[in-house]
Structures are given as C-alpha cells and as structure tokens.
Design a protein around this ligand. Sequence first.
Ligand SMILES: [Zn+2]
Ligand SMILES: [Zn+2]
Length: 162
Amino acid sequence: MLCPCGSAQTFSQCCEEIISGSNIASSPEQLMRSRYSAYATKQAEYIFRTYANITRKTQTIDDIAQWANETKWLKLVIHRASNFQHDLLDNNNAQVEFSAYYSHQGQICHMRENSNFIMENNQWRYLDGDVSENSEIDKPKRNQLCFCGSAKKFKQCCAKVF
Ligand SMILES: [Zn+2]
Ligand SMILES: [Zn+2]
C-alpha cells in the first residue's frame, strides 16, 4: 500500500518504519508525516508518544484512538517546513505548515495548521499548533476537480480514499 502521507513511497518504506520504531524521524516534516500516517492507520499510541512531554499531559490514548476511528484521512499537503537536520542545535522554532483533508461523520473537512516541534531526548516531538482554518467542504461530483489542489478529478484523487 502507498504511504498515507502522500510521499509516493510504499507505507513500509516510508512512515511505517518510523511508526514501528525501526527508524527515527530525521526532521519535523518526517515526524509530521508519520503522525498523519499513524492517524490514517489508527495507531493512537504512536501519536501519543510523539507529543512533547508537556503536551502529552493534556492527551489520552483513548481520546486519540476515538478521534482516529471516527475520521477518515484523505490527504496531507505540506505547505512549508523547516527541515532542520537532526544534529543541529537550537531547534526550538521548528515548524511545519500543512493542510489535512479528512472526512468525519460523512462530512469532508479541511484543516490547515502551523505546527510547532521541539527536540526531546534527541527526537522530534509535536508541541502544539495554530489552526488557521477548519472548514467543511462540499463533496465534489466525480468528474469535478478535487478539493485538495492536486488538479486531478475527484474520482481519480481523494474519492479513492473516501
Ligand atoms: Zn509516509
Ligand atoms: Zn484530492
């Protein structure tokens, strides 16, 4: 199966290696992608584990699992990422801005967020994010352009996941 994060690699060669722990995310973008893929494959423990310590206190695995189970993740679009290398210092300002398209209780939604990442225990962690948009989208007809900006028809794009 192709990786849910949209990298065009297979899941096993992309985010699954990071989610399973056999590889670590080398950049905030990789961590972001792996968390998205973990949502898409309903691996709540990984999502919980990759929160920063301070953020983890406000989360529970059950809540994450419930949200992941109720949601179908259609598409991830990375708009901007500060791709610090793992060994560079002062990574306190690492950010990734992304759009996630998902369907929740039959309604397609678009969320755009600018997320903040920090290093903890030598690994990238998700700290928090500013959501700049969270809106419902009308489902297109099959031959209309997809809402995600791919320039493909809906039936050849997010409809395949939907
Ligand atoms: Zn991936
Ligand atoms: Zn699409």
